[in-house]
Design a protein around this ligand. Structure first.
Ligand code: PEP
Ligand code: MG
Length: 882
């Protein structure tokens, strides 16, 4: 069984066997590019090694020896030869890049004899001894696990004693002495002397790469990135070329297009007389590629032609590593280049226009998550690299913001009015905080998860938000916050990165979001391909207008309780909730009906015939009750009642578990007049528009439905009310009454519910909460540990738990459609905007997702990607022989 492949025997599609680095080295060789020759010990060998109790099997050892002989013949050099020593690099390389593993050993093959040969051959003693000390250092560290620090302190000691500033000041004599000291370190360790036989060095290095596949860092990385642990790694053994062999040599990295802007221009860095690690370690500051052009115009031209060929061949922007040895060019690596969101959309559109790729390929090239970076300000990577975060929370809503911290809506508002940039910091937020949230650049809470009030509202407003910062303690009394032991009083300056959840001290500068034409192009292509509709979760006309601008096809969820967040409305809402009897509710309901009619009128006007789905009231009551003595006094006076009367009413309404309490359609059963008021407002608003000739599509949605009798009970009253209104107006109107499917029980009886519901919309926030039994607002205290420990792979409020919640959803879809084939089904919980979850929604036959306005573009792209992947899967199945 062949376990080793020379570079001229492989191809790029052999990644699972050769790893991605090996497959690309083979492909470059095949393309005729100058690649230092070598071979790849395949992933099959890795499996054999593991099966053989982490020992290199004899057959593999024999194949390595044969391969070395072949490499000696190709390079005309010999392992262990003093005259013409063959030196190799040993690099790990799995099919998917894996930073947790052993990476690279250079200059393998050097020993006390061959180093002298190398010095003579290159006429450069310093160079040869520098190569040897690097080998001792890398080998000791990665093969024997000797601490890097032990080697570094020898080097540092030497430089200090001689008054040197950098490694470059070390002389050949110094390096010889350092090599001696490094060899003593080996002797002092449990491993004994540095192995002098190059064959032994190689066997140990190969075994170390295979062993590193199972080290804990690699395992954690694989777990985090869902990489299968069984794929194994390959090892690349490649003849060394030296960028540090003189003034006509050098090394560099380059991208075939600018990875920041996407501009079609080769971009890179070059270091004369250096080895690759000098560029990476930052010991010396690299120059631009013009330095290479100045050094060797001919090699530079050859380089430009080669990288253009690589991009044409791979149909994607490439990131290459190369070396010049005495003016001769070699490529050491090529791979698809990482790029910013701006560059990603520009490169995708440009490559379609250049005829390099198809539109579908372009759509798959852009990461939907990355798109939101284009819609929000962000901190530049260089800015963040120079900072240490104070703490980290959950990245609830993207964006980047700096400002002074305030702890109440009122103080935030006052500071904003005084011209300050404000960050609202709270333990958690409730509707009263909205006024403060509106004026803030960012919202930070110490509690709550990805679907908490603060998270949902910040996302809806398109504002930067970080929630659940467990190491941040807010002291409302003292008006200060303590972050990991440091106290920050009101007015302190902080910066918040909503993309990562990190919080920084001081004011960091953020880049501004701009209209990106390439993004518009990508989105228009995506809309033509996507098979699911994208609606918006919008509570206000301005949110809806924003969502329409981003390409939303209507509204999939208006949370009507969110329409009462402004101070004057909040009071009216409180009056309603606090009212004890039907007659006490008449006045506040009349006031609210007037406001709601106007709200809905505005939404329908903007929709111009598109669907507008209005969810009837679903407030967890605690969100609307006064919380402390100060608020109690304020509300009592505004409602013209005594504090003690208010206190009594609040006590009656108090619930031990408001999320599972008197909310949603339960409110309709106990207070039918509230939902009747809302449908009256909906129908009257719709009729006004109908009369004006504007098409309207009211979709009324009932939250938290559990049982068929409950749905029938609520629906019957609403239909009766609507029939009255239409009879009175002597007209007819198309409307629908659907339900939120957000209770596990509703999933179980979805076939029954489908007999009455005109549509289903999954509320994945509550469905996840109830399926796991995790309170949405309290996950901050334990979920991070579950994620750290790998007990959960993902936050289920951020990415669908396919095995549990997903299974319930599929059951509900199947049952619902069994009852009624054409039943429209959507998702309006936060997972509707998660690209990874969208893929699954497409698979189970969901018709639409409804997402907060700023997530509309990424959802449009994710829906297109899901459709392309499904078509691709279907075509694969179609061509399979039966
Ligand atoms: C849900 O539960 O997913 C949902 C959309 O409703 P809310 O977040 O308002 O409870
Ligand atoms: Mg819900």
């Amino acid at each position: 069984m062949q376990q080793i492949y020379f570079f001229n025997e492989g191809r790029r599609d052999m990644r699972s066997l050769l790893g991605s680095k090996g497959a690309n080295l083979a492909e470059m060789t095949h393309l005729g590019l100058p690649v230092p020759q070598g071979f790849t010990i395949s992933t099959v060998a890795c499996h054999e090694y593991e099966k053989n109790q982490n020992q290199l099997p004899t057959a593999l050892q024999a194949e390595i020896v044969q391969s070395l002989e072949r490499l000696e013949a190709i390079t005309d050099k010999k392992f262990n030869s003093v005259q013409t020593p063959l030196l190799v690099s040993v690099r790990s390389g799995a099919a998917i890049s894996m930073p947790g593993m052993m990476d690279t050993i250079l200059n393998l093959g050097l020993n006390d004899q061959t180093v002298i040969g190398l010095a003579e051959q290159t006429h450069n003693e310093r160079f040869a001894w520098d190569c040897y000390r690097r080998l001792l250092q890398m080998f000791g560290n990665v093969v024997y696990g000797m601490p890097e620090q032990n080697f570094e302190s020898v080097l540092a000691d030497f430089k200090r004693r001689n008054g040197y500033r950098t490694d470059l000041d070390l002389t050949a004599a110094d390096l010889k002495a350092i090599v001696g000291r490094f060899q003593e370190l080996y002797l002092e360790s449990e491993h004994g002397a540095f192995p002098q036989a190059p064959e032994e060095q190689l066997s140990l290095a190969v075994a170390a790469v295979f062993t590193s596949w199972q080290n804990s860092r690699a395992k954690v990385y694989r777990q985090l990135h869902h990489i299968d642990g069984n794929i194994g790694t390959a090892v690349n053994v490649q003849a060394m070329v030296f960028g540090n062999s003189g003034a006509d040599s050098g090394t560099g990295v380059a991208f075939t297009r600018d990875p920041v802007t996407g501009e079609k221009k080769v971009f890179g860095e070059f270091l004369q007389n250096a080895q690759g690690e000098d560029v990476v370690s930052g010991v010396r500051t690299p120059q631009g590629l013009s330095a290479m052009e100045a050094m060797s115009p001919q090699a530079y031209q050859q380089f430009l032609t080669a990288v253009a060929k690589l991009e044409q061949h791979y149909h994607d922007m490439q990131d290459v590593e190369f070396t010049l040895e005495h003016g001769k060019l070699y490529f050491l690596q090529t791979r698809s280049g990482k790029r910013t969101a701006k560059a990603a959309v520009k490169i995708a559109v440009d490559q379609v226009n250049e005829g390099l790729i198809e539109r579908n390929a372009a759509l798959l090239r852009v990461d939907p998550e990355q798109i939101s970076n284009l819609l929000h300000p962000e901190f530049a990577a260089a800015t963040l690299a120079a900072q240490t975060p104070l703490t980290k929370g959950l990245p609830a809503s993207p964006g980047a913001a700096s400002g002074k911290i305030y702890f109440t809506a009122a103080s935030a508002k006052a500071a904003h009015e005084a011209g300050e940039k404000v960050i609202l910091v709270r333990q958690d937020t409730s509707p009263e905080d909205i006024a403060g949230m509106v004026v803030s650049e960012a919202i930070v809470t110490s509690r709550g998860g990805m679907t908490s009030h603060a998270a949902v509202v910040a996302r809806g407003m398109g504002k930067c938000g970080v929630v659940g910062c467990a190491h941040l303690v807010v002291d409302q009394e003292k008006q200060q916050v303590t972050i990991n032991g440091t106290v920050f009083p009101e007015g302190s300056e902080l910066s918040v990165d909503g993309a990562s959840g990190q919080i920084y001290q001081g004011l960091l500068e953020a880049t501004q979001a701009t209209q990106d034409e390439n993004l518009q192009t990508i989105l228009s292509w995506a809309q033509a391909v996507g098979q699911m509709d994208v609606y918006a979760n919008a509570d206000t006309p301005s949110d809806f207008a924003q969502a329409l601008d981003f390409g939303a096809n209507g509204i999939g969820l208006t949370r009507t309780e969110h329409m009462f967040f402004k101070a004057d409305r909040l009071l009216k809402m409180r009056r309603l909730i606090i009212a004890g009897t039907v007659s006490d509710r008449v006045a506040p309901l009349a006031e609210l009906e007037e406001l709601q009619t106007e709200d809905f009128y505005q939404l329908y006007s903007l929709a111009q015939g598109k669907t507008v789905t209005i969810r009837l009231l679903d407030p967890p009551l605690n969100e609307f009750l006064p919380h402390d003595a100060k608020e109690l006094a304020q509300v009592a006076s505004a409602l013209n009642m005594s504090v003690s009367a208010l206190e009594k009413r609040v006590a009656v309404l108090h619930e031990a578990n408001p999320m599972l309490g008197h909310r949603g359609s339960r409110l309709a059963v106990t207070y039918p007049d509230i939902y009747e008021m809302q449908v009256t407002a909906i129908i009257n608003a719709a009729l006004r528009l109908k009369q004006a000739g504007v098409p309207v599509k009211p979709h009324i949605m009932l939250p938290l439905i559990d049982t068929l009798p409950e749905l029938q009970w609520v629906k019957a009253r609403l239909v009766a009310k609507i029939n009255d209104l239409l009879a009175h107006a002597r007209t007819s109107l198309h409307y629908q009454i659907g339900i939120m499917v957000e209770m596990p029980r509703a999933c179980m009886v979805a076939d029954e519910l489908a007999t009455e519901a005109d549509f289903f919309s999954f509320g994945t926030n509550d469905l996840t909460q109830l399926t796991f039994g995790y309170s949405r607002d309290d996950i901050g205290s334990f979920l991070p540990t579950y994620l750290e420990q790998g007990i959960l792979k993902e936050d289920p409020f951020k990415t669908l738990d396919v095995e549990g919640v997903g299974k319930l959803m599929k059951m509900a879809v199947d049952k619902g459609r069994y009852q009624r084939r054409s039943l429209p089904i959507g998702v309006c919980g936060e997972l509707g905007g998660d690209p990874a979850s969208i893929q699954y929604f497409a698979e189970i036959g969901i018709d639409y997702v409804s997402v907060s306005p700023f997530r509309v573009p990424s959802a449009i792209l994710a829906c297109a990607q899901a459709a392309i992947k499904r078509d691709y899967q279907a075509s694969k199945v179609a061509v399979q022989p039966s």
